[in-house]
Design a protein around this ligand. Structure first.
Ligand code: ATP
Length: 947
């Protein structure tokens, strides 16, 4: 059925709903019938598929085949059956697979949880009242309200539109926003021309509209083409890719070594090709770090859960890495650095200034003239607002040119934009009811920095329209205004300079007269004096449209869009200054960022003086600032200088923000940038870390951002950066740990067979397992070291100095020179001390099994010790992570189980006597001493800025 060619009444009829929307019960019924308004996600992997995917590695297949073959050969007449080895290999592989599965499953689960958190809200009309509900609960027949910045929650037919424009590029590829109206369009109109339809996953860029939902979920147009658009994308992170690539290179190297080992073995020790192959493949399986990328992903995914606990919702996993290397944070002011709880404290109207008392949500409050002589005792006599028409006009303008609501008795008395809410409260303090029949508006945008409404009001309410100002020619004898009839009036509010530019008259001292340059300057000077006290200042103006040609006919089209021409020839009324205190905790957070070598730059839409006053209050250098128009004038090169040296940017348009961002990025800065408006999308997308505000941000901003701050608070950005650095440290810790352990194992086996064949030819010619370690031992070492301890290391606690070192240079690889040197140095130390112990034990007893057991126990012990060697460089004490302690103890207990229970027979090891243990202990201490010396030497020889 098509909806676009029918009129509104027919559409509502067909959907069995009226303009008041559905009742809650009807909506619940429809939700059951149509299901949740979601696009099916193609990415949910079943647990079984995830488990099976753990065994996809070619090497693992090879190993299973080799184990099966050796079992089969063992079954041949006359051969010795090898059930135990084959069975153990398969068991250990299964256990390893289980570990991989747990990791992937947890990563998957935390990503799914993040995805669920990213669900947007929708505003619906239910039973005549507007309500905010999760978008998945929207049903066909719901009347929705959409405004600039909202994501369209479902396919809907427009009922009424006030200049709504929608960016439909997600659906049609057309990047120019399309204007929406309610009139029917021809039945054969293609999708892109159905100007009365709204489509799911597109976004409103301007204006406002009501629409009735016609299709939800997979029935929508985007549902038709989508195979699932997940809010959180499963991108491979650059680290995982880097580690993956490295793993492949190491893999190739290992396979080369393994072939060598096999050749040596074949030449000197055994001629049983199957035994040689089995050993070689096992070595490859144990040494190739194929699980590393998965651990990186898990670490990032778990890290993003910790970030969520700190109110930062990560929408793209790779950003967790970028967070750790942020050099510059470009933040807006209102709501991020300040509380966004505005209270009008000063008003300037008609040439007089008033201090406003009372608080942010309370109707009690007075207007105290600044110039009033204090009555006895020093108390200022409050002004009766009705006696100062200019004051009344300023307050009235603020109240009617306003989309917020104020209900002093409600739990949540203020709804809407805090700037506008403050104006409602200041008007309420004057005690008047702003009756105004709004006919249309010119909407607010951050570029215009003002908004205008056009409407009808009782003549008695229009005190300032030109000739009826305070006692000037009036309609009746006693000087009161004519209370009869209605006026058509335009009211404008916005940044004072933006409002002044619409005015050619000013209301001063009870008179309306031409606006001179001197008046403009006086208004701007007054604005500055308000702003110097960190007040946000708005200007107000009015224009009567009664005397216009067409007398009293509002210049508003049928969709409620006022002709921008009304914003000219206006009368300037005055100013209101509102206090928005800095958040108490922000100054500390900024100091922490400075300690961490991170610059904090403010880029605000507000005026420079207010911006600098707030900057100084929170510890940003407010001594210098640049404004958006100044930024526009600067060449790219000059802007780079400014961006690197000035910390406050005021009156910024979204475009100017993007230019500052690009200038910073040209200077190799990793930039985190905040944004909340419809037009902040490009900046958020381009920033290394785009941060949107969860509470006051538009859906568009949230959709473009990498991180959404659930509490809109700057301190959360600091916490997220600290967490990002900690996560990055952890990635480095376990990559370092795993690589050095694996490299150690390969070198031990390689040099072991070389030296063994040379030094103890008789022993080493003993058969397939005549190696320093058997395949089963290698797999076991891999299981107990790469399993629990590596996992615990991946979610290790943060070192206390994360925010006291400079940011990591952007583009620095995970494995930098220092780490590569450490991996090789430690692997070499492990080889020397380990083989020393092995050959000592072999020489002393001539028993290969005994010597193998010593080496087996040694490797597990030193790999546990290696964890702390890695952590020590981060200033972390051995007991600071209880999970890690538990993991290490569990691994050691498992190892003891293998050595000292009947399992020993299965693993072909002997229970180590005191002597054997002493050899292990001495070798381990030797490893620790040499290993520590190696690390120290590297600290001196290979300098890296970061850990
Ligand atoms: P920040 O960028 O730090 O959030 P901001 O809220 O001042 O600061 P914008 O929302 O772009 O940034 O607003 C820019 C200017 O437009 C404000 O300083 C104010 O003068 C004016 N303004 C803000 N809200 C309104 C509004 N609802 N109606 C009219 N003018 C407004």
């Amino acid at each position: 059925m098509s909806w676009h060619d029918r009129d509104v009444a027919a559409v509502l009829d067909a959907l069995d709903v009226d303009a008041d929307g559905l009742s809650s019960e009807a909506a619940a019924g429809r939700l059951e019938e149509h299901g949740s308004n979601r696009l099916a996600s193609s990415e949910s992997t079943s647990a079984l598929a995830l488990f099976v995917s753990q065994f996809r590695e070619a090497l693992v297949y090879l190993l299973v085949v080799a184990a099966a073959l050796s079992l089969a050969v063992g079954l041949l007449p006359g051969a010795e059956p090898k059930y135990v080895d084959a069975g153990l290999i398969v068991l250990i592989l299964l256990a390893n697979g289980a570990f991989g599965f747990v990791q992937d499953y947890r990563a998957e689960r935390s990503l799914a949880a993040l995805r669920a958190m990213s669900v947007p809200d929708a505003t619906v009309v239910r039973g005549g009242e507007e309500r905010t509900i999760p978008a998945p609960d929207v049903v066909p027949g719901d009347v929705i309200v959409v405004g600039a910045g909202d994501a369209i929650p479902a396919d809907a037919r427009v009922l009424s539109s006030q200049a709504l424009s929608v960016d439909e590029s997600a659906l049609t590829g057309e990047s120019v926003p399309v204007e929406k109206r309610s009139d029917p369009v021809p039945a054969d109109a293609p999708l892109a021309e159905r100007s009365n339809m709204l489509y799911m996953n597109t976004a409103a860029t301007k204006g406002r509209a009501r629409a009735v939902v016609v299709d939800t979920g997979m029935d929508t147009e985007v549902g038709d083409i989508a195979t699932g658009l997940a809010a959180v994308e499963d991108e491979e992170t650059p680290f995982a890719a880097e580690v993956d690539a490295l793993g492949r290179r190491i893999g190739a190297g290992v396979v080369g070594l393994v072939v060598l080992v096999a050749v040596i073995q074949f030449l000197f020790t055994t001629t049983d090709p199957l035994a040689v192959a089995l050993t070689a493949i096992t070595l490859a399986v144990a040494a190739v770090p194929e699980g590393l990328p998965a651990v990186v992903t898990l670490t990032l995914a778990l890290g993003s859960q910790r970030l969520l606990a700190k109110n930062a919702l990560v929408r793209r996993l790779p950003v967790v890495e970028s967070l750790g290397s942020v050099d510059t944070i470009v933040t807006d002011k209102t709501g991020t650095l300040t509380e966004n709880r505005m209270t009008v404290t000063r008003v300037h109207a008609g040439g007089r200034e008033y201090a406003v008392t009372g608080d942010a949500t309370d109707v009690d409050g007075d207007f105290e003239p600044a110039d009033a002589p204090t009555a006895d005792g020093g108390a200022v006599q409050p002004q009766e607002v009705a006696d100062d028409p200019a004051l009344e006009a300023v307050l009235r303008c603020g109240a009617v040119c306003n989309d917020a609501t104020f209900d002093p008795d409600a739990d949540d008395p203020l709804r809407g934009d805090p700037t506008e809410s403050a104006l409602l409260v200041s008007a309420a303090k004057a005690g008047f009811d702003p009756t105004f029949d709004r006919l249309g508006e010119v909407a607010f945008t951050s570029e215009r920095k003002r908004m205008t409404v056009v409407g009808r009001e009782p003549r008695s309410h229009a005190p300032t329209t030109d000739d009826r100002v305070d006692g000037s020619p009036s309609d009746d004898d006693d000087g009161r205004r004519d209370a009869e009839g209605e006026s058509v009036v335009a009211y404008t509010k916005g940044a004072p300079e933006a409002v002044l530019s619409c005015c050619d008259r000013i209301l001063l001292d009870g008179e309306v007269r031409a606006l001179e340059d001197a008046d403009r300057e006086a208004v701007l000077a007054r604005t500055e004096s308000f702003a110097a006290d960190a007040l946000r200042v708005l200007g107000f103006a009015v224009r009567s449209l009664d005397g216009e040609p067409g007398g009293g006919v509002a210049p508003v089209d049928e969709d409620g869009v006022a002709d921008p021409e009304v914003e000219s020839g206006m009368t300037f009324l005055g100013l209101q200054g509102m206090l928005d205190p800095p958040r108490a905790e922000v100054a500390d957070a900024i100091a922490d960022c400075h300690d961490a070598g991170i610059r904090v730059v403010m880029a605000t839409g507000d005026n420079a003086v207010t911006a600098r006053a707030i900057a100084d209050a929170v510890g940003i250098d407010g001594s210098e600032s640049r404004s958006g128009p100044e930024v526009d004038e600067l060449s790219d090169d000059a802007l780079v200088d400014a961006a690197m040296s000035v910390d406050v940017f005021a009156r910024m348009s979204p475009d100017a923000k993007v230019r500052v961002l690009e200038a910073l990025q040209r200077s190799e800065q990793t930039v985190a940038m905040t944004g909340d408006g419809v037009n902040d999308g490009p900046a958020l997308r381009r920033a290394d870390v785009g941060i949107a505000m969860g509470q006051r941000g538009t859906d568009v901003a949230k959709g473009a951002a990498d991180v959404v701050l659930r509490d809109d608070n700057f301190t959360t950005i600091r916490d997220a950066v600290a967490e990002g650095r900690g996560i990055f440290d952890n990635v480095r810790k376990f990559v370092n740990y795993l690589l050095s352990a694996n490299a150690g194992e390969v070198l031990v086996v390689f040099f072991g067979v070389l030296l063994g064949s040379a030094l103890f030819p008789a022993v080493f010619a003993g058969g397939g397992d005549a190696l320093v370690l058997t395949p089963v031992m290698l797999l076991w070492i891999n299981l107990v070291t790469d399993g629990l301890p590596a996992l615990a290391l991946g979610s290790d606690t943060r070192s206390s100095d994360v925010m006291r070192r400079p940011p990591r240079p952007s583009g620095e690889p995970v494995i930098h020179a220092r780490m590569a040197a450490s991996v090789l140095g430690i692997a070499a130390t492990m080889t020397v001390t380990g083989l020393g112990a092995f050959f000592y034990a072999l020489d002393a007893t001539g028993d290969l099994r005994y010597a193998q057991t010593v080496l087996f126990a040694f490797l597990v012990a030193v790999e546990m010790a290696r964890i702390q060697l890695v952590r020590r460089r981060y200033g972390q004490s051995p007991l600071s992570n209880p999970w890690l302690v538990a993991a290490v103890l569990a691994s050691l207990a498992l190892q003891a189980l293998v050595l000292y229970t009947p399992l020993a027979d299965l693993f072909d090891v002997v229970a180590l006597s005191a002597n054997g243990l002493a050899i292990v202990a001495v070798a381990s201490v030797g490893f620790l001493v040499v290993g520590t010396a190696v690390e120290r030497a590297l600290d001196v020889l290979v300098t890296n800025r970061t850990q």
